[in-house]
Design a protein around this ligand. Sequence first.
Ligand SMILES: [Mn+2]
Length: 477
Amino acid sequence: MKRSRYSNYFNGFLSDYRIEKRAEKVLNDMQKTGNVVVNKFCSTFKDKKAAYELFKNPSFTEMELIDAITAKCKANQVSEHLLCIQDTTEINYTKHIGRIGRQDTNIGPVTKNDNAGYFCHPMLVVDAKQHLPIGFSSVQLWNRSWDKKSRHEREYQKLNIEDKESYRWIRSAQQTQDLLPQTSQLTIIGDREADIYEELTRVPNKQTHLLIRSCINRRLYRQDIKLFDYLEAQPLELEYELPIQHNKKRKKRIAKMSLRYAKVKIAKPKSKTKKPTGDPEYIEMYTIEAREFPETVPKKEEPILWRLLTTHQISNAQDALQCIEWYSTRWIIEELFRILKSKGMQIEDSQLETGVALKKQLIMALQVALTTMTLKIAYDKNHVVKANILFSPSELDFIQILNQTMEGDTQKQKNPFNIGSIAYCSWVFARLSGWSGYASQPRPGYISLKRGLDIFRIKYEGYSLAMSVLNNNELKG
Ligand SMILES: [Mn+2]
């Protein structure tokens, strides 16, 4: 039991206790500094050396790190219904290939064929009601090889789905089902890349629903009309207004939207009807179309148009809107990738020297990025979710101690959140960062929460050291 003082994530997962302890320290230091460059997240020469050695250490594998991270997700199952959001991102090390070397079998060509790197495909699990992340249920990392023939030469179309890269969408759903058997309902969410016939047929079961963005205008079983046309021909069920934030592609506006839905039988693609794969001739699903009316579409913009496929039953407009709301939680994984890359931790600037080391570091960095995001989401939404999904019992004890020193005398200066909730912890971190604590003040942003978390980690190091000295003395005495 004493070991939990040192390690929130790695207890019992890596090859020995010292390595687990070091991994925990590296993860905390990356969290503290928000950086993955060893020279930046380590302050002493000893720590730098130890960090390099940890990532180089062959006595534990990427898979063991992934097991540690996903076990945390399993332990955090908090809800009846979990949304499981999967997506792929490319981690690009072209700038570093001179140092890494082309002979490294863990780095290879990426989307741009002359660029170097690997791919990362996590499944991020969030609570369906509060949209609070609880962890990763699956992480797949892979790279292509420099000498592999082109898709055309490999006759990619003829490969079995199990041998294609796209099988990752099905594999991560299966790994999620294996990890979270106690959760009564899972909804697997994917963008247009996940519109794969075998995904539609193999993933759904009693426990598991599918909710994906439709990409292909598929044939409908024994019908002359195709999916998109059939959907557009359905009666208008609802008109609603959708506020659009300004971004690269979109102007800020209130979009006027139309909502349609239908139950359909998606036919097995003709290209797949020849091979006996065991997939059925058709699959019954619900489909939803949310389309912007032309009158609110700005010049030079395409109308907003979402077509979703789902196994959730859609009986009325409310059910359809519920699915759209669930699908929109995809912003969380997109934001996670941004924090991991340019906007935050700059994972592509990591200076580690081998592909394996870079991949091991990424697995830890995923968890770090998620912790930062979770604090912010919890704070913004006043979540009452228990903070033990992020902190160890001893860390939580210490947060309570800190809270006593941060609270003022008047009611306005008291921590307004439930003890032990994530929002409660975020309030303490915001106060540590210098925020006044008055509700009338602007809410603390990522940066100040991160600064507060940083200060907390430093203070906690001192606290846990003091506690271990005390405990040792007790033992001796
Ligand atoms: Mn994607």
